[in-house]
Design a protein around this ligand. Structure first.
Ligand code: SF4
Ligand code: SF4
Length: 377
């Protein structure tokens, strides 16, 4: 058996679903696309991810010859209903975690160890254009919702890439969009217009990115402020958004399959409600939120903000006492978004909570939110 076959066998044995190999050539279409949409992707281009560098593999590793690409089907077990519509399935799966002491990070590390034991050097910490690499390695096709799809898996997949210096056997690309010819279900369903035409998504309008990208000092040019028009469209999403994948006919087989529960997720989901999240303790954040999503939302105040927005969008006035309590939180961001939610829910009790908070409010941001909420009541 060839080294390429050995690598593929080892990857499948580790639990990856498909393995493909492509040359370590650059991705000129990706570079052109990103540079042409700097107004939407400036935060990504200039941030820690350095995607333009990763699109030129030989700039990351001068001896690079191949990119080994793995897909991981994250939909082998059922996702709990009480997390559906709140947390995107990619995040629930924890499959994009890279920390080595947890199973998904350990899988990547085991793959890296295997390559290195076989005398192959692997580039360190490079963000490659994963979806394009997977199509070039013949293991994914594209969807008009911009996601990569694996045959028989749909778009609920995670892609892992390794740039190496090994000359291997290369697979035939699958650069195609296998969507039904007239389907626009994903574009029609996107509540924010982020998906504005086939294969084009504006991340600044995407709910998923607004739930976690909006943290201070997280990515260049983006702060924690979520504009009211985006808040309104976030519905119950706390982290991520699956709408353009849920409506997709290519995902229905997975979405309708009868699968065994993921017992860990079931346990987490029982505690994962808006009330627990809005006024959470540090312990709850560490044991429930961060165990699920340690590499995105870094401080609990952003999850509290998202819970406040979800409560405001729910129309459920039973949340008002919890939002009133949040008006005493030590973080201005929590108080400000709780004020917005109280304004959305409306009614006498919401007004009382806002009125009593205003005199003691010291933050200009939170004051503005309280005053706007009161003016709209
Ligand atoms: S994830 Fe949600 S907001 Fe983003 S493009 Fe898809 S449907 Fe639109
Ligand atoms: S919803 Fe339709 S157009 Fe969009 S990705 Fe799925 S099949 Fe393609």
């Amino acid at each position: 058996m060839s080294l390429s076959e050995d690598i593929k066998d080892f990857g499948l044995d580790l639990g990856y679903s498909k393995v493909g190999i492509t040359r370590a050539d650059s991705f000129p279409e990706y570079i052109t696309e990103l540079n042409g949409r700097r107004d939407m992707y400036g935060w990504y281009i200039d941030g820690v991810f350095q995607p333009l560098k990763g699109a030129e593999p030989k700039n990351c590793m001068s001896t690079a010859k191949s990119i080994i690409v793995f897909t991981h089907d994250i939909f082998k077990q059922a996702f709990p209903e009480n997390l559906t519509g709140k947390v995107g399935r990619h995040y629930q799966s924890r499959a994009n975690l890279t920390v080595r002491h947890r199973i998904n990070g350990a899988r990547r590390q085991l793959m890296r160890d295997f390559l290195e034991k076989n005398g192959i050097n692997v580039a360190q910490r490079v963000v490659t254009p994963d979806r394009m690499a997977a199509a070039r390695a013949g293991i994914c096709t594209y969807g008009r919702n911009t996601f990569a799809f694996g045959d028989d898996m749909g778009s609920f997949i995670i892609i892992a890439t390794f740039i190496t210096d090994a000359e291997l056997q290369y697979d035939e690309p699958t650069f195609e969009t296998k969507c039904p010819p007239k389907c626009t279900a994903c574009i029609d369903a996107c509540p924010t217009g982020a998906l504005y035409k086939p294969l084009k998504m504006n991340p600044l309008r995407c709910i998923a990115l607004n739930t976690f990208m909006t943290q201070e000092n997280y990515v260049p040019g983006v702060n924690s402020y979520i504009p009211p028009n985006i808040r309104e469209t976030m519905g119950s999403w706390l982290h991520g958004c699956d709408i353009c994948q849920e409506v997709c006919p290519r995902n229905q087989k997975k979405l309708k399959a009868k699968l065994a529960p993921d017992e860990y997720l079931v346990k987490v989901a029982n505690d994962f409600n808006f009330i627990n999240l809005l006024n959470m303790t540090d312990e709850f954040f560490a044991k429930r939120v961060q165990m699920l999503m340690p590499n995105y939302i870094r401080e609990k105040k952003y999850f509290q903000r998202n819970a406040a927005i979800a409560m405001g969008n729910s129309g459920d006035v039973s949340y008002i006492p919890h939002l009133a309590k949040a008006m005493q939180d030590s973080e201005e961001i929590v108080r400000g978004y709780a004020a917005w939610a109280l304004g959305k829910l409306g009614g006498q009790k919401a007004k009382q909570a806002l009125d009593s908070s205003l005199p003691r409010e010291t933050s200009q941001f939170a004051r503005n939110e309280i005053e706007t909420a009161l003016a709209n009541l």
